[in-house]
Design a protein around this ligand. Sequence first.
Ligand SMILES: [Zn+2]
Length: 91
Amino acid sequence: MTDEMKSVCTRCQIGIMQNKLMPFTLIENGHMVNVQRMPARVCDVCGYRLFDRDPLVSLRAMLGASRRRTKPAAKKPAASPRTSTPRKPKG
Ligand SMILES: [Zn+2]
């Protein structure tokens, strides 16, 4: 007998968590990242979604890598000459 790895939902404790590909939205540093199909486990009773950690980690790594690749704009030397208005001597 092969006992299937059936994981009971941790929220409702009734439903069975089933492997599905769900759309996933992640907001990282103010950027919304949409993933069309993210492997997740979804409860067939209450609809509780549990995303595997690995995809999240790889996704964050991807984001981190892309962030690193984009170099910040070269800093311009502060060439702002002081506009000092000569005070008129009181006379
Ligand atoms: Zn459930």
